[in-house]
Design a protein around this ligand. Structure first.
Ligand code: C2O
Ligand code: CU
Ligand code: CU
Length: 504
């Protein structure tokens, strides 16, 4: 697990790519195809729900299908309630929700609610398998600020393949502050989800996971938004809010417009204190960003992924850092309805949600190497960390190798205190659950475990580059009551699966 080995892996990736013969756009190692932008962006439908005994209840069925990722090419895919991606779930802070998840695939899956604060038994990680034909019914109360969350499978060792085939969707949360904010909010009209993913298609138009290049996993030459390559969105308002989700398995994007800045208004866990003006936003796998873009009547512009500053990785072009390509076209109507500049007041809950460094009583360190965290690979029968409810903690997360990682923690939203001892840039100053780790840097993350003690079922923390995750770059965290006897180490109680779920 040395830096030299990591570099060798990256070099092997380059050699493989060169051998494969890459044309494509100048400066690009992965040849990203530039499609014509001729298809309207599909907006995932809002999921229907019914309120039963005060619980907002959704249904999702994971199923097979075929999708025209490229026009005229039928690609076998997977989705929820459809062939690709899934409906957008939406709920309010304070609501109780429940989801009936049915698995109509012929393989085991799970559904994880990424970014959600909820009990570990409802988290949908590797310990809540849903077998083929089974239905799983998690239920919990929404108790966190408005945010763009997402859901996706999390079966250990199979996450990359299932997400890659299309299993993912959005889970939007609203609260008083977000509803009172001056922000575009008409779903699909001026408030538009944009799930960005890259694919490798073989000669038959079928999805392949390409690991031959080694690091960082599959970098695809076909870039899709909401499951369509070369999409455009009609704009009818002066401002449009894009909820950007990096649903890719390995690629980190630098998203922006060549001809205008954007206002970053929210990151993974909700609204920033105030909008941040940026030319582009770097988004690693698992991260989200809400941006507001100003449009003029009649104009057309494109969201583009620029050459990404990956922060000193050994061989940036092998990591896709030299790739630049258009992602989504915006076409403004000749007349645009007015929309106000983004602005909002902090929510009335903000004080309770706030994290204070002075409250931290525990510091943990996590060293990420090539495929390990603190020298270990994932063992579903081992507890790695035990936290106590009511505790504020600092996690010192260090990327020790010259390759990128994307660090994600379940259950909580954290605050980035420092990057190598310096205050984080404004785009990392808000609520986060996933953070890109530049090589050789240390990120100090502040988080608090408020509730949901469970002596048996752990939460996960892991690299969200899905090949890394599947190959074991994940650990298990128990959150317990004070006085619990649960300790790190092998756990017989974890052996096998969490039998109480997914078989009903
Ligand atoms: Cu988005 Cu543990 O995952
Ligand atoms: Cu997660
Ligand atoms: Cu990683």
């Amino acid at each position: 697990m040395t830096g030299r080995r990591a570099t060798a892996a990256a070099l092997a990736a380059v050699v493989a790519l060169l051998a494969a013969g890459c044309g494509g756009i100048p400066g690009s190692v992965t040849s990203v195809d530039e499609p014509g932008f001729t298809r309207e962006l599909p907006v995932p439908p809002l999921a229907e729900s019914r309120v039963v005994d005060g619980v907002r209840t959704f249904r999702l069925t994971a199923q097979e299908g075929t999708t025209e990722l490229l026009p005229g090419v039928e690609t076998r895919t997977q989705g929820y309630d459809g062939a690709y991606l899934g409906p957008t779930l939406r709920a309010e802070r304070g609501e109780k929700v429940s989801v009936e998840v049915t698995n109509a695939l012929d393989e085991t899956t799970t559904v994880h609610w990424h970014g959600m604060h909820l009990p570990a038994a409802m988290d949908g990680g590797p310990h809540q398998p849903v077998e083929p034909g089974a239905t799983w019914r998690p239920t919990w109360a929404i108790d966190q600020p408005a945010a763009t969350l997402w859901y996706h499978p999390h079966p250990h060792g199979e996450t990359e393949a299932q997400v890659y085939r299309g299993l993912a969707g959005l889970f939007l949360l609203d609260d008083d502050a977000s509803r009172a904010a001056d922000l575009p909010r008409e779903y699909g009209v001026d408030d538009v989800p944009v799930v960005v993913q890259d694919k490798v298609l073989d000669d038959d138009g079928q999805l392949v996971l390409d690991h031959d290049g080694g690091e960082p996993g599959t970098l695809g030459g076909t870039v899709v938004t909401n499951g369509v390559a070369g999409a455009y969105q009609r704009v009818t308002t002066e401002r449009v809010r894009l909820r950007l989700v990096n649903g890719s398995t390995a690629r980190t994007y630098a998203l922006g417009f060549g001809d205008r800045d954007l206002d970053l208004v929210a990151t993974d866990g909700g609204l920033l204190d105030a909008p941040v003006r940026l030319d582009r936003v770097r988004l690693a796998p698992g991260e989200r960003a809400e941006v507001v873009v100003v449009m003029k009547p009649g104009e057309t512009t494109r969201l583009r992924s620029f050459e990404a500053d990956l922060g000193g990785v050994a061989v940036p072009f092998a990591m896709g850092g030299n790739d630049a390509f258009d992602v989504l076209e915006l076409r403004a109507a000749d007349r645009l309805a007015p929309s106000p500049a983004p602005a909002w007041e902090p929510s009335e809950h903000a004080a309770g949600d706030a994290l204070h460094e002075g409250d931290a009583t525990v510091t943990r360190t996590f060293d990420l190497a090539e495929r390990t965290i603190n020298g270990e690979t994932m063992d579903t029968g081992r507890i790695d960390e035990v936290a106590v409810v009511g505790t504020t903690e600092v996690w010192e997360v260090r990327n020790t190798v010259p390759m990128p990682h994307s660090f994600h923690v379940h259950d909580v939203q954290f605050r980035v205190l420092t990057v190598d001892g310096e205050a984080p840039p404004p785009e990392l100053a808000g609520r986060k659950d996933t953070v890109y780790l530049e090589p050789r840097r240390t990120y100090r993350l502040l988080m608090r475990f408020d509730d949901y003690a469970d002596d048996v079922r752990p939460y996960m923390y892991h690299c969200h580059m899905l090949l890394h995750e599947d190959e074991g770059m994940m650990g298990q965290l128990l959150v317990v009551e004070p006085g619990s006897t649960a300790r790190p180490g092998p756990s017989e109680r974890l052996a096998g699966h969490d039998g109480g779920h997914g078989h009903g």
